[in-house]
Design a protein around this ligand. Structure first.
Ligand code: IMP
Length: 428
């Protein structure tokens, strides 16, 4: 038995889908513990591209149970659309292979509207995915959220919706001059109707997971977004509204911290970011453009162009600490092949000091990155049993030595097979 967590170690989009898919195949249970359909995990299976937003990647494997924990914010409309897509790919979703916590918070039309109004007219532009994630977590913290179990009862729904709506209506009408939104009656009816298709999946996931843990099952915890988007440890305020780091596992799904054997930090061989916020190693030149193009760096959820830059060791070392990473899965190594330059940010200079590892209060917009250059490599990744060239090995070894963290997986292409596994995570 083993429990293994997957955490994005940068600003999301590290290629978690492929690694999660690989590890899911050997897991009995796969659990999402935070975020919502702001995530987009792309998996390529036999030329078919499947993008999962809310449903855990375990769903692609016959003998794996997928769990959506109570720390997730859940959009019923997006979920039902995703079910259709997954079923089109020939996967059957049943209450046996998909279980959703009765306490997940529900994203309503009001959350989505508030998210988009704030992005258009609010005081701080975060560059959110516009999926209503932040406003839903706000209601959760304000103890006014609708939970999945509330979808069983129309009267409860109306009563709970009206609690949070009173404040939102003031914002819509008086601050944002917005009058186009559903009444409580309409919203409650819609959620109640949607609930009929979702409630069969409802489960006491806490007890289910406790039992799976006690029964010594292989459990995979599937993080979404990345550690630098964590509400507490990330580049606040340009973050998402959940704990994307290790701590989110316990609060969002259960499995005690001491019960997690491995934490794999999925790390792109370079860095990308969507939305606003500081990005010390960002490239504004042809190299950045070439990486963006070759890496197809467009958001899986919003289609936005991702900003690109070099791998940033001070940030990676910080994530190793905040999520207690036991190893790194380095992804998209192939994208760096044949580029005209190859660099890694070794350290920052900040107020006359050398900073080798970032920390929560550091103003990343004011640091000066210092880079180490590497010999470029031009490996042919198409060969069977591919082995990295000596030039690429120098780059890989440097990351391992500097971070004092082993590279357990190296991914060099989108296919399931394009991966070097240096460590087995589950023994059966
Ligand atoms: P929100 O999660 O939609 O509120 O967006 C907050 C910030 O997190 C924005 O900068 C988004 O671009 C970013 N973000 C949210 N989800 C993802 C993701 O899955 N990948 C990358 N960035 C994300």
């Amino acid at each position: 038995m083993k429990t293994c967590a997957i955490i994005g170690s940068q600003w999301g989009d590290e290629g978690k889908g492929k690694i999660t898919d690989y590890l899911s195949a050997k897991s009995d249970v796969v659990v999402r513990f935070q975020g919502g359909n702001n995530a987009g995990h792309t998996i390529i299976v036999e030329d078919k591209k499947i993008v999962l937003h809310l449903i855990p990647s375990g769903i692609l494997h016959k003998n794996t149970v997928s769990i959506i924990g109570h720390g997730v914010v859940f959009d019923p409309i997006a979920f039902l659309e995703e079910i259709k897509d997954v079923e089109k790919a020939g996967i059957n979703l049943t209450p046996e292979n998909l279980k959703i916590s009765e306490n997940t918070s529900i994203i309503t039309s009001y959350h989505k509207l508030l998210d988009s109004l704030r992005e258009k007219k609010g005081p701080v532009k975060i560059g959110t995915t516009g999926k209503g994630i932040g406003p839903c977590y706000e209601d959760k913290s304000a103890r006014m959220a609708i939970q999945l179990k509330d979808l069983k009862d129309l009267d409860i729904l109306k009563e709970k919706l009206s609690r949070s709506f009173k404040e939102k209506e003031v914002l819509f009408q008086n601050l944002y001059n917005e009058t186009n939104y559903p009444t409580i009656e309409q919203e409650a009816n819609q959620l109640f109707e949607l609930g009929k298709s979702i409630l069969p999946f409802i489960e006491d996931t806490f007890s289910y997971l406790n039992k799976a843990y006690d029964d010594k099952k292989n459990i995979l915890l599937e993080g979404a977004q990345g550690a630098l988007l964590d509400i507490d440890y990330g580049t606040y305020p340009f973050v998402t509204s959940s704990n994307t780091t290790f701590g989110g596992i316990y609060t969002g799904a259960f499995i005690p911290p001491s019960g997690i054997d491995e934490v794999v930090g999925i790390t792109k061989a370079y860095t990308t970011r969507v939305g606003e916020g500081p990005f010390p190693t960002e490239l504004f030149d042809d190299v950045g453009e070439a990486i963006q193009t070759k890496g197809h760096e467009f958001g899986a959820t919003t289609g936005r162009k991702r900003r690109c830059g070099w791998l940033d060791l001070p940030l990676l070392k910080y994530t190793i600490k905040t999520s207690k990473l036991t190893s790194i899965a380095l992804t998209k190594v192939d994208v760096l092949a044949g580029q005209s330059e190859l660099k890694i940010c070794d350290y920052y200079e900040f107020q006359g000091k050398k900073i080798e590892c970032s920390y929560p209060g550091l103003d990343l917009s004011k640091v000066k990155p210092h880079f180490k250059s590497f010999k470029t490599f031009n490996d042919n990744f198409e060969v069977d049993n591919y082995i990295p060239s000596d030039d690429l090995k120098q780059f890989l070894d440097y990351i391992e030595i500097q971070t004092k963290t082993p590279l357990s997986i190296i991914a060099y292409g989108p296919e399931r097979s394009q991966v070097i596994i240096k460590k087995e995570f589950f023994n059966n």
